[in-house]
Design a binder for this molecule. Structure first.
Ligand SMILES: Nc1ncnc2c1ncn2[C@@H]1O[C@H](COP(=O)(O)OP(=O)(O)OP(=O)(O)O)[C@@H](O)[C@H]1O
Ligand SMILES: [Mg+2]
Length: 248
């Protein structure tokens, strides 16, 4: 159910780290509400950096970044109320789950965001129970996040984000560290969320799963530029281009 509402829009967007050249080079595109978009490209082309800009964790060094129709400045993201609202609407699941998990046990981890939003304890307990069931982590609730396997950590990170019921889900390499059965389960969950109207933006190196996870693909070359923006099935057929950008 793609509709006219634009969630993100980038105009001549550029980004460089203090000690790097351009990691994102003059990007122009828009993401509409209800889309399932994948960002594809070789290691180091800038995918995670772009997702961090969408998530409000980094700001572009040049060009314009709009979310929900508004230009977003780094100053706005430093205002507590604005940032809290922004992060509630846009859920980000990091490539590395370790940077996302910091509490003593999984229940606390899951409760963290809801406590920030002033939910009552009764409601928090109820929502955690529901999400733990949906994501299959009921048996992990009392464990320390540090003692979980990579795949278990990923599930907890996903649950923590889903609890806040964001409109937009941004997932950086979501199937990394997952065994084939858990990958299938995650693909099913993401398809369900997409059908329920969520906007999905993912990165993945798993070209076998990408057409199940997205309907549109944006392809980067190793010079940090967009070289294709097309329906995903069409993009995957461009074998020469995929070879050129070092994806196959
Ligand atoms: N904090 C940082 N400071 C300086 N350079 C960085 C920083 N984070 C990333 N980079 C550099 O920016 C480039 C793009 O990194 P990014 O993580 O966005 O790539 P990616 O496309 O997500 O790669 P991968 O497929 O390996 O996850 C890389 O060359 C990386 O070394
Ligand atoms: Mg990355």
């Amino acid at each position: 159910m793609i509709n006219d509402e634009i969630i993100f829009e980038v105009e001549n967007l550029e980004f460089s780290y203090p000690d790097s050249g351009n990691i994102l080079d003059k990007l122009n595109f828009a993401v509409h509400s209800g889309e399932a978009l994948s960002i594809l490209g070789a290691n180091g082309c800038g995918k995670s950096t772009l997702l961090k800009i969408f998530s409000g964790l980094l700001s572009p060094t040049a060009g314009n970044f709009k979310a929900f129709g508004k230009s977003i400045s780094s100053q706005m993201l430093q205002e507590d109320d604005f940032a809290m609202n922004y992060h509630q609407q846009i859920g980000f699941i990091f490539q590395d789950s370790d940077v996302q998990l910091f509490c003593n046990n999984v229940t606390e981890e899951l409760a963290f965001g809801l406590l920030q939003l002033d939910y009552s304890i009764t409601e928090i307990k109820q929502r955690i129970a529901e999400i733990a069931k949906l994501v299959n982590i009921e048996h992990l609730l009392d464990k320390s996040p540090y003692k979980l396997s990579g795949g278990e950590k990923k599930k907890v990170a996903i649950a923590a984000v889903l609890l806040l019921n964001p409109r937009v889900l941004i997932l950086d390499e979501p199937t990394n560290a997952l065994d084939p059965k858990t990958q299938r389960w995650l693909v099913g969950l993401l398809q369900q969320l997409h059908q329920a109207g969520k906007t999905l933006i993912i990165t993945t190196h798993n070209l076998n799963l990408v057409s199940e996870l997205s309907t549109r693909g944006i392809l980067f070359n190793e010079q940090h530029q967009i070289v294709a923006d097309a329906p995903i099935k069409q993009l995957l057929q461009q074998q020469d281009l995929l070879r050129e950008v070092n994806l196959i």
